[in-house]
Ligand binder design. Structure first.
Ligand code: FCB
Length: 450
């Protein structure tokens, strides 16, 4: 007999029936089967196969073998009792190089979404969670304006093939990561490291987002459409104006670089203080495309950074000593999420309703006697729920919350070592084990009034 677990503590306003609770994953992180059924190579296959790019040389194989285990994974999701599941579609699975549909690839997502629907789970679908087809990268990837148009074509095809099966579409996941980690510092695929590449990639990503919206709305009018941004809180323990400016610049670089073009129709001027001469090429009419209204904004939040001036107009990250951290080394700072949400509402009068589309933490979780004691994750989640509820009390329109992640998976440059799941995965056997956090989430979901 396993001891009962206390339900996650959730603020009353988020225990109402119309608030959407979910778990999230992404295609490359869980699917495995990277060569099955005509799937093309993605930039993450190439990058992870390059020595030195991913910790321990990990790749998209085996992932969580979800491509083959999807039926039991759907039962797992349903058993948690969540309202919604956020997943992403692998572009290289569903389209051939000539842009035509790959029936085997699209069939996988049709079956998956149908089964989720049969189990009463709403489907939040991200179109681009970083697995760009390699053949597009070979033509310049996001540095090539043509990729934005190819993305809109892909969105159109998906909306036609999957219409009626999707509750909400998310165009891009975290364009900041694609632009900066992929093109500014090279930590992510495709591994380029040049600020002006990052700003140009960002522009083409956001252009692709804007171009995709009318296609999604036309082919799947019943679904909501939005975009997902990762946001970071930057503060300083320094006392000088230069230190305060460093923290400001950090937030410009992490938040305003994405949110200003979407909700204010311009790139932040302060970005040029960080990267002089890095203005992207913007054609007439582009900003009107990028500011097309969305139904919601997805926010992904993980941590706060402490910044100081480097004395030359830039910021340096100076980790605070003695603060609580996760397996990633990220500081646990729920207040940052409240601060950011309130700040966005103040900065953008047209801010749409918000979903927390990712929040969670990595820990070095082990199974002992069939259990995983991840008390820090339970506490992390409860404190972040409370912070978001304070932002909601202050008037931010928050509609739902997705925990990252359903299960342990391929954590990009950190491979399989970093465990973000509510569910533990043993990669050798693909055994799934509910961590205590999953059981506490399940207990909350079961107890809430519907
Ligand atoms: C986000 C990504 C997600 C996951 C978490 C930990 O940046 O969107 O795929 O890796 O971080």
């Amino acid at each position: 007999m396993s001891a009962a677990i206390a339900p996650l503590a959730v603020p009353a306003r988020f225990a109402r029936p119309d608030f959407v609770w979910g778990v999230a994953t992404a295609s490359f992180q869980i699917e495995g089967s990277t060569r099955a059924d005509g799937r093309l190579t993605s930039i993450w296959d190439t990058f992870s196969a390059t020595p030195g790019k991913v910790l321990h040389g990990d790749t998209g194989e085996p992932g969580c073998d979800h491509y083959r285990r999807w039926e039991s994974d759907v039962e797992l999701i349903a058993a948690l009792g969540v309202d919604a599941y956020r997943l992403s579609i692998a572009w290289p699975r569903v389209l051939r190089e000539d842009g035509s549909l790959n029936p085997a690839g699209i069939g996988f997502y049709q079956r998956l979404l149908d089964r989720l629907g049969e189990r009463g789970v709403q489907r939040y679908v991200t179109l681009y969670h970083w697995d760009l087809p390699q053949h597009l990268q070979d033509r310049g990837g996001w540095l090539n304006r043509e990729t934005a148009y190819r993305f809109a074509d892909y969105a159109d095809r998906m909306a036609r093939a999957l219409h009626g099966r999707v509750s909400a579409w998310m165009t891009l996941n975290e364009p900041w990561c694609s632009a900066f980690l992929g093109h500014g510092n090279g930590h992510h695929a495709p591994g380029l490291a040049e600020p002006r590449f990052a700003t140009q990639a960002m522009h083409h990503l956001l252009l692709g987002h804007g171009l995709a919206l009318p296609a999604l709305r036309a082919a799947d009018p019943g679904a909501a459409c939005g975009i997902v941004a990762n946001v970071g809180r930057g503060t300083t323990d320094g006392a000088s104006d230069a230190d305060r400016d460093a923290a400001h610049l950090y937030e410009v670089m992490h938040n305003a670089w994405v949110l200003d073009p979407l909700f204010a129709g311009r790139y932040p001027a302060d970005l040029q203080r960080l990267w002089p001469g890095s203005e992207p090429l913007v054609l007439d009419g582009d900003m009107a495309v990028i500011t097309r209204p969305v139904d919601f904004l997805g926010i992904n939040y993980y941590f706060r950074s402490n910044l100081r001036s480097n004395g030359a107009g830039r910021f340096v990250d100076v980790p605070l000593p003695g603060v609580e951290r996760t397996q990633m080394g990220w500081e646990v700072y729920p207040q940052g999420l409240e601060d950011l949400l309130r700040g966005f509402k103040a900065a953008y009068p047209n801010l749409p309703p918000v979903f927390i589309t990712e929040n969670g933490m990595a820990s070095d979780d082990r199974v002992a006697d069939g259990r995983v004691d991840d008390a820090q994750r339970i506490s992390y989640l409860e404190r972040h729920f409370a912070a978001v509820a304070r932002a909601a009390d202050a008037g931010v329109d928050v509609r739902g919350y997705f925990v990252w992640s359903l299960m342990d998976n391929f954590e990009w440059a950190f491979g399989y070592e970093r465990r973000f799941g509510l569910v533990h995965v043993d990669y050798a056997t693909q055994q799934r084990t509910l961590k205590n956090s999953a059981r506490a989430f399940q207990a909350f979901l079961a107890a809430r009034s519907r």
